[in-house]
Design a protein around this ligand. Sequence first.
Ligand code: SF4
Length: 258
Amino acid sequence: MTAPERQPLPPTPTEDAPLDLARANEWLAPLTAKERIEWAVDTFGDRVLLLSSMQKTAVVLMHLFHELGLSNEVLFVDTGYHFFETLRMRDLYMRRFHLNIVTLYPATTTEEQEAAYGTKLFNSVSGQPECCRMRKEEPLLAHLATKHAPVLVNGLRRAEGGKRANIQALGPDRRTNGYQLSPIYDWTGAAVQDYIAKHDLPVHPLHAQGYPSIGCYPCTTPVQPGEDERAGRWRHLRVLSDQAPQYCNINFSDGGGI
Ligand code: SF4
C-alpha cells in the first residue's frame, strides 16, 4: 500500500506573495498539532506567539512548545482578577518546562480602575465589555503591535461549539494584520484529556472542582452536571440579561471576538 500523497508545502509568504490561506489550511489539516506548530515556527520564526490562559488546552500547547524546544513567547495576560491558582500555574509551567512566559499587564491596577469608574465594571452588563477590553484585549494588542504580522497560537477547538464550531487551523487576524493558529482545532475534549494523562501534565486545580472553563474570579463559577462547559462564565450577568457575554473577545475569528 502506498502512503497518501502529501500536498505541496505552502510557500513562505513574502511582501509580494502573501500566504494563500485556503491552501495553507488544506495542507495543515492532515498534520498533527505538533507539526502545525513546527510549520508555523519554520515559516514565521519568533513572530509565532502562544496565548495561554493556563487552562487545560493551554497546558497541551505549552507542553508542545516545550517538546519542540521553542523559546517563542508564551503570553499570559494578568488581569489582576485571576484566581491565585491561575498565577501558580503560570509560575509552575515557567519553572518546570522552561517556557519563555511573558506576563502582560493592563495600564491600571484593579484598584485604580475601580476608583476611576467608581464601580466594579464586571458587575454590570454595560461595564463588562469595557473591563475585558481594558484588562485583557488592550494589553495583548499593545504587545502584538510591537511585532510585524504576528501569528497568535490559541487553544480553540471546533468541539467547543458556538462560534468556534467552524474555525480552521489558520485564520486571519485583522486586528494585527497577522494570523491566528489553532493547532488543536480538530481535537475532542477526550483527546485533550488523553494527552494530559499520557504526559502526566499538571493541570489547573479548579478543573477538578467543577470549573471546566476558568477566567477571572469575579466572572467565573463552577458548572452543574448537564450544564454547558461555558455556563459558569459571566453567570452573574446572564441572570440579569440575555445580552450577557459568552466570550471576552481576546480570541478572534471571522471579524469578531470568540
Ligand atoms: Fe473584568 Fe470579568 Fe472581563 Fe476579567 S472577565 S476582565 S473581571 S469583566
